[in-house]
Design a protein around this ligand. Structure first.
Ligand code: TRP
Length: 331
Protein backbone atom coordinates (compact mmCIF):
# COMPACT_ATOMS: atom_id res chain seq x y z
CA UNK A 1 0.00 0.00 0.00
CA UNK A 2 1.34 3.38 -1.01
CA UNK A 3 0.35 5.38 2.02
CA UNK A 4 -0.35 4.54 5.61
CA UNK A 5 -3.93 4.72 6.67
CA UNK A 6 -4.18 5.51 10.34
CA UNK A 7 -7.34 4.93 12.33
CA UNK A 8 -8.17 5.42 15.97
CA UNK A 9 -11.22 5.81 18.16
CA UNK A 10 -11.80 7.78 21.32
CA UNK A 11 -14.64 7.54 23.82
CA UNK A 12 -16.80 10.63 24.30
CA UNK A 13 -16.99 10.00 28.02
CA UNK A 14 -15.16 11.14 31.09
CA UNK A 15 -13.07 14.24 31.28
CA UNK A 16 -9.99 13.86 29.12
CA UNK A 17 -6.75 13.94 31.09
CA UNK A 18 -3.02 14.13 30.58
CA UNK A 19 -2.83 10.34 30.22
CA UNK A 20 -5.29 10.43 27.31
CA UNK A 21 -3.43 13.35 25.81
CA UNK A 22 0.02 11.81 25.99
CA UNK A 23 -1.03 8.22 25.33
CA UNK A 24 -3.39 8.85 22.44
CA UNK A 25 -4.37 12.36 21.34
CA UNK A 26 -0.78 13.46 20.77
CA UNK A 27 -0.29 10.52 18.42
CA UNK A 28 -3.46 11.37 16.52
CA UNK A 29 -2.19 14.85 15.79
CA UNK A 30 1.15 13.52 14.60
CA UNK A 31 -0.61 10.88 12.48
CA UNK A 32 -1.86 13.63 10.17
CA UNK A 33 1.72 14.12 8.98
CA UNK A 34 2.41 10.45 8.47
CA UNK A 35 -0.50 9.32 6.36
CA UNK A 36 -4.22 9.43 5.80
CA UNK A 37 -5.62 9.86 9.29
CA UNK A 38 -9.14 8.85 10.34
CA UNK A 39 -10.45 9.48 13.87
CA UNK A 40 -13.75 8.36 15.24
CA UNK A 41 -15.58 9.45 18.36
CA UNK A 42 -17.08 6.20 19.55
CA UNK A 43 -20.49 6.96 21.01
CA UNK A 44 -21.69 3.42 20.31
CA UNK A 45 -18.94 2.08 22.51
CA UNK A 46 -19.89 4.56 25.21
CA UNK A 47 -23.39 3.12 25.53
CA UNK A 48 -22.12 -0.33 26.46
CA UNK A 49 -22.39 1.05 29.99
CA UNK A 50 -25.29 3.29 31.13
CA UNK A 51 -25.15 6.92 29.91
CA UNK A 52 -27.46 9.84 30.39
CA UNK A 53 -28.67 10.80 26.90
CA UNK A 54 -28.27 14.58 27.22
CA UNK A 55 -24.93 14.19 28.93
CA UNK A 56 -23.67 11.87 26.18
CA UNK A 57 -24.25 14.56 23.57
CA UNK A 58 -22.49 17.18 25.69
CA UNK A 59 -19.48 14.96 26.20
CA UNK A 60 -19.35 14.20 22.50
CA UNK A 61 -19.08 17.92 21.75
CA UNK A 62 -16.47 18.30 24.49
CA UNK A 63 -14.38 15.51 23.01
CA UNK A 64 -14.66 16.82 19.44
CA UNK A 65 -13.66 20.31 20.56
CA UNK A 66 -10.70 18.94 22.56
CA UNK A 67 -9.44 16.99 19.55
CA UNK A 68 -9.63 20.01 17.27
CA UNK A 69 -8.07 22.21 19.95
CA UNK A 70 -5.23 19.71 20.30
CA UNK A 71 -4.44 20.05 16.62
CA UNK A 72 -6.66 17.75 14.59
CA UNK A 73 -7.42 19.63 11.42
CA UNK A 74 -10.67 18.48 9.78
CA UNK A 75 -9.17 19.42 6.42
CA UNK A 76 -6.20 17.12 6.97
CA UNK A 77 -7.93 14.19 8.65
CA UNK A 78 -11.33 12.56 8.74
CA UNK A 79 -12.96 13.29 12.07
CA UNK A 80 -16.37 11.75 12.58
CA UNK A 81 -18.96 10.30 14.99
CA UNK A 82 -19.26 6.53 15.00
CA UNK A 83 -23.08 6.42 15.14
CA UNK A 84 -23.30 8.47 11.92
CA UNK A 85 -21.90 5.54 9.95
CA UNK A 86 -24.22 2.51 10.01
CA UNK A 87 -21.55 0.38 8.37
CA UNK A 88 -19.80 0.04 11.74
CA UNK A 89 -22.72 -1.77 13.32
CA UNK A 90 -23.30 -3.94 10.29
CA UNK A 91 -19.66 -4.97 10.07
CA UNK A 92 -19.67 -5.60 13.81
CA UNK A 93 -22.31 -8.28 13.35
CA UNK A 94 -20.55 -9.83 10.39
CA UNK A 95 -17.24 -9.96 12.24
CA UNK A 96 -18.97 -11.47 15.25
CA UNK A 97 -19.47 -14.57 13.14
CA UNK A 98 -15.71 -15.04 12.81
CA UNK A 99 -14.86 -14.11 16.41
CA UNK A 100 -14.16 -16.80 18.98
CA UNK A 101 -16.44 -16.49 21.99
CA UNK A 102 -13.58 -17.77 24.13
CA UNK A 103 -11.36 -14.90 22.98
CA UNK A 104 -13.97 -12.32 23.98
CA UNK A 105 -14.29 -14.06 27.30
CA UNK A 106 -10.59 -13.44 27.97
CA UNK A 107 -10.66 -9.66 27.48
CA UNK A 108 -9.26 -7.86 30.55
CA UNK A 109 -11.17 -4.66 29.86
CA UNK A 110 -14.45 -6.55 29.76
CA UNK A 111 -13.75 -8.19 33.09
CA UNK A 112 -12.77 -4.89 34.68
CA UNK A 113 -15.76 -3.01 33.35
CA UNK A 114 -18.14 -5.87 34.12
CA UNK A 115 -17.05 -5.79 37.74
CA UNK A 116 -17.89 -2.10 37.97
CA UNK A 117 -21.48 -2.55 36.78
CA UNK A 118 -24.13 -2.61 39.45
CA UNK A 119 -27.28 -3.30 37.51
CA UNK A 120 -26.52 -4.91 34.22
CA UNK A 121 -23.52 -6.35 32.45
CA UNK A 122 -24.75 -5.91 28.89
CA UNK A 123 -24.02 -8.23 25.99
CA UNK A 124 -22.95 -5.02 24.25
CA UNK A 125 -20.10 -4.69 26.73
CA UNK A 126 -19.05 -8.23 25.90
CA UNK A 127 -19.19 -7.43 22.18
CA UNK A 128 -17.31 -4.15 22.57
CA UNK A 129 -14.04 -5.49 21.08
CA UNK A 130 -15.86 -6.72 17.96
CA UNK A 131 -17.27 -3.25 17.34
CA UNK A 132 -13.78 -1.88 17.84
CA UNK A 133 -12.49 -4.32 15.21
CA UNK A 134 -15.26 -3.21 12.86
CA UNK A 135 -14.28 0.45 13.36
CA UNK A 136 -10.78 -0.19 12.11
CA UNK A 137 -11.38 -2.93 9.54
CA UNK A 138 -14.17 -0.95 7.79
CA UNK A 139 -11.46 1.50 6.69
CA UNK A 140 -8.82 -1.09 5.88
CA UNK A 141 -6.52 0.91 8.13
CA UNK A 142 -2.88 -0.16 8.37
CA UNK A 143 -2.05 1.41 11.70
CA UNK A 144 -3.89 2.02 14.97
CA UNK A 145 -2.34 4.49 17.43
CA UNK A 146 -3.58 3.67 20.92
CA UNK A 147 -2.51 3.60 24.54
CA UNK A 148 -0.90 0.55 26.05
CA UNK A 149 -4.20 -0.60 27.59
CA UNK A 150 -5.55 -1.44 24.12
CA UNK A 151 -3.00 -4.13 23.20
CA UNK A 152 -5.37 -7.01 23.77
CA UNK A 153 -8.11 -5.40 21.67
CA UNK A 154 -5.65 -4.81 18.84
CA UNK A 155 -4.43 -8.41 18.92
CA UNK A 156 -8.02 -9.58 18.78
CA UNK A 157 -8.87 -7.39 15.80
CA UNK A 158 -5.84 -8.77 13.97
CA UNK A 159 -7.04 -12.31 14.66
CA UNK A 160 -10.53 -11.43 13.46
CA UNK A 161 -9.21 -9.92 10.22
CA UNK A 162 -7.00 -12.96 9.62
CA UNK A 163 -9.82 -15.39 10.24
CA UNK A 164 -12.12 -13.42 7.96
CA UNK A 165 -9.52 -13.40 5.19
CA UNK A 166 -8.78 -17.09 5.63
CA UNK A 167 -12.45 -17.87 5.21
CA UNK A 168 -13.50 -15.37 2.53
CA UNK A 169 -10.33 -14.32 0.71
CA UNK A 170 -8.13 -11.27 1.23
CA UNK A 171 -10.74 -8.65 1.92
CA UNK A 172 -9.50 -6.97 5.07
CA UNK A 173 -6.23 -5.35 6.04
CA UNK A 174 -4.59 -6.74 9.19
CA UNK A 175 -3.68 -3.56 11.10
CA UNK A 176 -0.70 -2.89 13.36
CA UNK A 177 -1.03 -1.26 16.76
CA UNK A 178 1.16 1.75 17.39
CA UNK A 179 2.03 2.44 21.01
CA UNK A 180 3.91 5.47 22.30
CA UNK A 181 7.46 4.61 23.37
CA UNK A 182 7.54 6.96 26.28
CA UNK A 183 4.41 7.94 28.11
CA UNK A 184 2.24 4.98 27.07
CA UNK A 185 1.30 4.65 30.71
CA UNK A 186 0.93 7.89 32.58
CA UNK A 187 0.22 7.09 36.22
CA UNK A 188 -2.02 8.73 38.78
CA UNK A 189 0.01 11.37 40.63
CA UNK A 190 -1.34 10.35 44.02
CA UNK A 191 -1.03 6.65 43.36
CA UNK A 192 1.78 6.07 40.85
CA UNK A 193 1.13 2.32 40.81
CA UNK A 194 -2.19 2.80 38.96
CA UNK A 195 -2.86 4.38 35.60
CA UNK A 196 -4.20 7.91 35.35
CA UNK A 197 -7.88 7.33 34.67
CA UNK A 198 -11.25 8.98 35.11
CA UNK A 199 -12.77 5.90 36.64
CA UNK A 200 -10.10 4.87 39.13
CA UNK A 201 -7.72 6.84 41.26
CA UNK A 202 -7.99 10.13 43.02
CA UNK A 203 -9.15 13.35 41.43
CA UNK A 204 -6.07 15.08 42.92
CA UNK A 205 -3.86 12.65 41.05
CA UNK A 206 -5.48 13.28 37.66
CA UNK A 207 -4.47 16.28 35.56
CA UNK A 208 -7.34 17.16 33.25
CA UNK A 209 -6.65 18.80 29.91
CA UNK A 210 -9.10 21.54 30.82
CA UNK A 211 -7.78 22.14 34.34
CA UNK A 212 -6.88 25.79 35.00
CA UNK A 213 -3.13 26.44 35.30
CA UNK A 214 -3.24 26.73 39.09
CA UNK A 215 -4.95 23.39 39.50
CA UNK A 216 -2.35 21.75 37.26
CA UNK A 217 0.48 23.28 39.31
CA UNK A 218 -1.06 22.20 42.57
CA UNK A 219 -1.64 18.62 41.45
CA UNK A 220 1.89 18.19 40.12
CA UNK A 221 3.58 19.83 43.09
CA UNK A 222 1.72 17.55 45.46
CA UNK A 223 2.48 14.39 43.47
CA UNK A 224 3.40 11.41 45.63
CA UNK A 225 7.11 10.52 45.37
CA UNK A 226 9.49 8.32 47.36
CA UNK A 227 11.58 9.08 50.41
CA UNK A 228 14.78 9.35 48.36
CA UNK A 229 16.33 12.44 46.84
CA UNK A 230 17.53 11.48 43.37
CA UNK A 231 15.68 12.50 40.23
CA UNK A 232 16.02 9.27 38.28
CA UNK A 233 13.85 6.42 37.04
CA UNK A 234 13.71 3.16 38.93
CA UNK A 235 11.39 0.35 39.99
CA UNK A 236 11.20 1.72 43.54
CA UNK A 237 10.59 5.26 42.26
CA UNK A 238 7.23 5.05 40.51
CA UNK A 239 6.24 8.67 41.24
CA UNK A 240 9.48 10.25 40.02
CA UNK A 241 9.63 7.88 37.05
CA UNK A 242 6.15 8.98 36.05
CA UNK A 243 7.03 12.67 36.31
CA UNK A 244 10.20 12.13 34.26
CA UNK A 245 8.13 10.47 31.55
CA UNK A 246 5.62 13.30 31.58
CA UNK A 247 8.36 15.90 31.28
CA UNK A 248 10.10 13.87 28.61
CA UNK A 249 7.00 13.98 26.44
CA UNK A 250 5.96 17.58 27.00
CA UNK A 251 9.50 18.87 26.49
CA UNK A 252 10.27 16.36 23.76
CA UNK A 253 13.54 15.39 25.47
CA UNK A 254 14.72 11.83 26.19
CA UNK A 255 14.34 10.75 29.84
CA UNK A 256 18.07 10.16 30.41
CA UNK A 257 18.80 13.74 29.34
CA UNK A 258 16.39 14.94 32.02
CA UNK A 259 18.01 12.71 34.63
CA UNK A 260 21.32 14.41 33.88
CA UNK A 261 19.77 17.88 33.86
CA UNK A 262 18.13 17.42 37.27
CA UNK A 263 21.02 15.58 38.90
CA UNK A 264 21.66 17.08 42.33
CA UNK A 265 18.41 19.05 42.37
CA UNK A 266 15.69 18.37 44.89
CA UNK A 267 12.25 16.97 44.20
CA UNK A 268 10.68 20.37 44.84
CA UNK A 269 12.54 22.07 42.01
CA UNK A 270 11.98 19.14 39.72
CA UNK A 271 8.24 19.09 40.36
CA UNK A 272 8.04 22.85 39.81
CA UNK A 273 9.75 22.42 36.44
CA UNK A 274 7.36 19.63 35.45
CA UNK A 275 4.38 21.74 36.56
CA UNK A 276 5.45 24.72 34.45
CA UNK A 277 6.14 22.56 31.42
CA UNK A 278 2.72 20.91 31.64
CA UNK A 279 0.96 24.26 32.13
CA UNK A 280 2.68 25.56 29.01
CA UNK A 281 1.84 22.41 27.10
CA UNK A 282 -1.86 22.32 27.94
CA UNK A 283 -2.57 26.06 28.12
CA UNK A 284 -2.98 26.70 24.39
CA UNK A 285 -5.20 23.61 24.03
CA UNK A 286 -7.51 24.84 26.76
CA UNK A 287 -7.71 28.32 25.21
CA UNK A 288 -8.62 26.98 21.76
CA UNK A 289 -11.13 24.65 23.37
CA UNK A 290 -12.89 27.56 25.08
CA UNK A 291 -13.24 29.26 21.70
CA UNK A 292 -14.54 26.21 19.87
CA UNK A 293 -16.82 24.52 22.38
CA UNK A 294 -19.72 27.03 22.47
CA UNK A 295 -20.45 26.72 18.73
CA UNK A 296 -22.20 23.35 18.65
CA UNK A 297 -23.62 24.01 15.18
CA UNK A 298 -20.09 24.40 13.83
CA UNK A 299 -19.05 21.18 15.58
CA UNK A 300 -22.01 19.38 13.98
CA UNK A 301 -20.99 20.73 10.57
CA UNK A 302 -17.47 19.44 11.06
CA UNK A 303 -18.75 16.01 12.09
CA UNK A 304 -21.16 15.88 9.14
CA UNK A 305 -18.37 16.65 6.69
CA UNK A 306 -16.21 13.98 8.33
CA UNK A 307 -19.05 11.45 8.19
CA UNK A 308 -19.47 11.97 4.48
CA UNK A 309 -15.83 11.17 3.82
CA UNK A 310 -15.87 8.22 6.22
CA UNK A 311 -19.00 6.74 4.70
CA UNK A 312 -17.51 6.72 1.23
CA UNK A 313 -14.70 4.45 2.45
CA UNK A 314 -16.70 2.21 4.77
CA UNK A 315 -19.47 1.62 2.23
CA UNK A 316 -16.92 0.27 -0.24
CA UNK A 317 -15.54 -2.20 2.29
CA UNK A 318 -19.00 -3.37 3.29
CA UNK A 319 -20.00 -3.97 -0.33
CA UNK A 320 -16.90 -6.16 -0.78
CA UNK A 321 -17.43 -7.98 2.49
CA UNK A 322 -21.10 -8.71 1.81
CA UNK A 323 -20.27 -10.03 -1.63
CA UNK A 324 -17.47 -12.23 -0.25
CA UNK A 325 -19.71 -13.70 2.43
CA UNK A 326 -22.57 -14.25 -0.02
CA UNK A 327 -25.28 -12.20 1.65
CA UNK A 328 -27.68 -9.68 0.13
CA UNK A 329 -28.66 -9.49 -3.51
CA UNK A 330 -25.79 -10.40 -5.82
CA UNK A 331 -24.54 -7.55 -7.93
N1 TRP B 1 -11.50 0.99 23.09
C1 TRP B 1 -10.78 2.20 22.78
C2 TRP B 1 -10.43 2.89 24.11
O1 TRP B 1 -11.09 2.68 25.09
C3 TRP B 1 -11.59 3.15 21.94
C4 TRP B 1 -11.79 2.65 20.55
C5 TRP B 1 -12.98 2.30 19.99
C6 TRP B 1 -10.80 2.48 19.56
N2 TRP B 1 -12.81 1.95 18.69
C7 TRP B 1 -11.48 2.02 18.39
C8 TRP B 1 -9.41 2.65 19.53
C9 TRP B 1 -10.79 1.73 17.23
C10 TRP B 1 -8.73 2.34 18.36
C11 TRP B 1 -9.42 1.89 17.21
O2 TRP B 1 -9.51 3.67 24.13
Amino acid sequence: MAEKRIFSGIQPTGRKHLGNYIGAIRQYVEGQDRGEAIYCIVDLHAITVPQDSAELRERLYDTTAILIAAGLDPDRCILFRQSDIREHTELCWLLGTVTAWGDLNRMHQFKEKAEQQRELVSAGLFFYPVLQAADVLAYRATEVPVGDDQRQHIELMRDIAERFNARYGEQLVVPEGRYPEVGARIMNLQDPETRMSTTYGSEQGTVYILDPADAVRKKIRSAVTDSGTEVRRGPDKAGITNLIEVLSVVRDTPPDGLEREFKGQGYGDFKAAVAEAVVEYLGPVRERYEELRPDEAAIEDTLAAGAEKARAIAAGTLADVRRAIGIGAPG
